[in-house]
Design a binder for this molecule. Structure first.
Ligand SMILES: [Zn+2]
Ligand SMILES: [Zn+2]
Length: 329
């Protein structure tokens, strides 16, 4: 009996074994399920934090671009390496944000600004970064590339170039939201031996970078120069392969190899209607001092407005006349 009973118990054990396994598996599944839930939660938190940080980079970027441009405007001293200065500046501000905000929430946030460079659109700057968010067992990593706008009206960014070029010739002023050269532009051109510099006594140019809405640009010549007058008075900028890009403008360069921008430089109005010759009123022509006077070539006078007493003129070479749809000579 004992022997038989023992066998039976053995068999019973074998019979209930699947049940034991099933229960064990079920318990493990429940346990695993809870773990899954918390991992999902951790990963969602990490992902949302990365997204939040990603959304903050363009805001920080615009603040930095504005700050650095205003610094050059204030001092007239160009940056020696604008890409590095802006990269380091964004990095410092992102680190401050991570320390003061994200890392207090039990997360470990690391964001490296890897580079700052030209964007294919000259009215944007490219910022590349890697974001690393760690929440307990979950690590979220991503590399991102963002284009930061230079023309967001909430972050008005000034054109730093005239401030660097005219610093040693008496400097420039900001009057009615335009750059007023007084005598400094004439002095700057004279010092380089450029002919007919007198035309630029009391000239003005655009202060804040704004993109011209008259696109395609040949529209400037339509409606008897009304569009050209509006463009000049609003101080708009245009895309240009010869004009320097924003990052090189911060370095005080009048021309550069990158796809950039250009704006008009406007001589003071006068009662003289003579359409003589003078340096072409495009900023990259006026500020091309790479080869002494050779980079600045002449244009012919073009009256875009007359108030009955004074003539409002710019001087343009034929290739820029063609670009803006204006009559060639
Ligand atoms: Zn325009
Ligand atoms: Zn450039």
């Amino acid at each position: 009996m004992d022997q038989k009973g023992y066998v039976m118990s053995g068999m019973s054990f074998l019979m209930i074994l699947p049940a034991i396994i099933l229960v064990t598996v079920s318990i493990d599944m429940v346990h695993h399920g809870i773990e899954c839930d918390s991992v999902v939660l951790e990963s969602e938190t990490a992902l949302n934090t990365a997204k939040d940080l990603q959304a903050n980079i363009p805001i920080i970027g615009k603040e930095v671009l504005k700050y650095e441009a205003e610094k050059v405007v204030k001092t007239g001293t160009p940056l020696s390496n604008s890409r590095k200065t802006i990269k380091d500046d964004i990095q410092t501000r992102v680190d401050q944000l991570s320390l003061s905000y994200y890392n207090k929430t039990g997360l470990k946030v690391e964001c490296n600004i890897t580079s700052v460079d030209n964007s294919p659109d000259p009215f944007q700057v490219e910022v590349n970064s890697t974001i690393n968010v760690k929440k307990d067992r979950v690590i979220h990593k991503e590399s991102i590339s963002q284009n930061i706008s230079l023309i967001d009206p909430q972050y008005p960014i000034p054109n730093p170039l005239p401030f660097t070029k005219c610093k040693n010739y008496g400097g420039v002023q900001i009057i009615n939201n335009r750059i007023a050269f007084k005598s400094s532009l004439k002095e700057y051109l004279n010092a380089r031996g450029v002919d007919d510099a007198d035309v630029y006594e009391n000239a003005t140019t655009a202060y804040i970078i704004k993109k011209c809405p008259y696109d395609p640009y040949i529209m400037h010549g339509k409606n008897g120069s009304v569009s050209l007058k509006n463009c000049i008075e609003n101080g708009y900028f245009h895309e240009s392969s010869d004009g320097s890009c924003f990052l090189c403008r911060l370095e005080g360069k009048g021309t550069c190899p990158h796809y950039g921008m250009e704006t008009f430089i406007i001589p003071h109005s006068s009662n003289n209607s003579t359409l003589n010759s003078a340096p072409s009123s495009i900023d990259h022509v006026i500020f091309n001092d790479t080869f002494s006077s050779a980079g600045t070539y002449p244009g012919k006078g073009l009256i875009y407005y007359c108030d009955g007493l004074n003539y409002f003129k710019i001087f343009l070479d034929n290739s820029h006349r063609q670009k803006y749809g204006l009559p060639v000579f």
